[in-house]
Design a protein around this ligand. Structure first.
Ligand SMILES: C[S@@+](CC[C@H](N)C(=O)[O-])C[C@H]1O[C@@H](n2cnc3c(N)ncnc32)[C@H](O)[C@@H]1O
Length: 255
């Protein structure tokens, strides 16, 4: 299984639905004003109060920023995510503060803002350096990235070991991959590591994950294999629930 196959499937709707549910839950639990990413963005606002939210998802940050008077350009390629985002924009009466662009980053048009940020998005990019360079071209004051420090799909290693032992399990780009790439480009960014004391929400619900993984492993029509996968995911869930912390790096620099 190539890395690119995994990324191809990311924007398909089953996974987006799971992610959108998780993000909606997180948005309702989170107090945006205390979140380190929100604070990093707000603290670098200047007179224009403009931000580009790259891969805005359901609007976890775009909505509270717009409510705080920031003009937000939200770039979001997934129909599923945009459906939630547009519903919130309408509910909050923010259509004049948030401009939604239905596209992958980098976008075709010339965008400019004081701050650009991407929260848990760059790991889906095929070319992280071009992603970052496009952020710099669009930004006058600060570029901010949130990335995982701990591998969010580390549990796939055991799944692959069981079903595809000769192949390398898919992984997501994490902080330890990205930071050296930035340094090589001459970007010496500030970093804050945050530890959240909760199990990873990303993929640990076996009922939601099983069909997606069965598709990737091509075992949907094999009941014994499906049973084996289900068992393995249940065991992983138990282990995951005991593992209580996930770390996030907030990486930021002046372009
Ligand atoms: C894990 S979600 C994070 C959403 C949001 N930033 C947040 O933290 O709540 C990842 C989002 O990135 C979007 N995405 C994936 N690849 C992208 C790309 N190349 N450019 C822009 N958005 C992308 C997905 O559609 C999804 O909404």
């Amino acid at each position: 299984m190539e890395q690119s196959d995994w990324r191809n499937s990311v924007l398909t709707s089953p996974l987006m639905k799971i992610m959108a549910d998780n993000l909606n839950r997180s948005a309702s639990e989170m107090d945006p004003e205390t979140s380190p990413l929100y604070r990093a963005v707000i603290s670098h606002m200047d007179a224009d109060r403009t931000a580009i939210d790259i891969g805005s998802g359901v609007g976890r940050f775009a909505i509270p920023l717009a409510l705080a008077g920031v003009k937000v350009t939200a770039v979001e390629p997934s129909d599923e995510m945009r459906r939630h985002l547009l519903a919130s924009i309408e509910k909050e009466g923010l259509s004049s503060s948030i401009n939604v662009i239905p596209s992958l980053w980098p976008v075709q048009q010339d965008l400019h803002a004081e701050v650009s940020f991407a929260s848990f998005v760059i790991q889906f990019s095929r070319d992280p350096i071009e992603f970052v360079r496009a952020m710099e071209r669009s930004t006058s004051r600060r570029c901010v990235l949130s990335v995982h420090v701990d591998q969010p799909i580390g549990f796939l290693k055991d799944v692959w070991q069981a079903f595809r032992p000769s192949e390398t399990a898919p992984t997501m780009l994490t902080f330890s991959d990205l930071y050296p790439m930035l340094m090589k480009e001459g970007i010496m960014a500030d970093v804050t590591i945050i530890r959240e004391d909760r199990p990873s929400r990303t993929m640990m619900d076996p009922d939601k994950m099983i069909n997606l993984l069965a598709d990737l492993l091509v075992i949907k029509d094999e009941p014994n294999e499906m049973q084996r996968l289900k068992k393995l995911l249940m065991a992983k869930k138990e282990a995951g629930l005991q593992q209580h912390s996930m770390r996030t790096a907030i990486i930021s620099w002046q372009p």
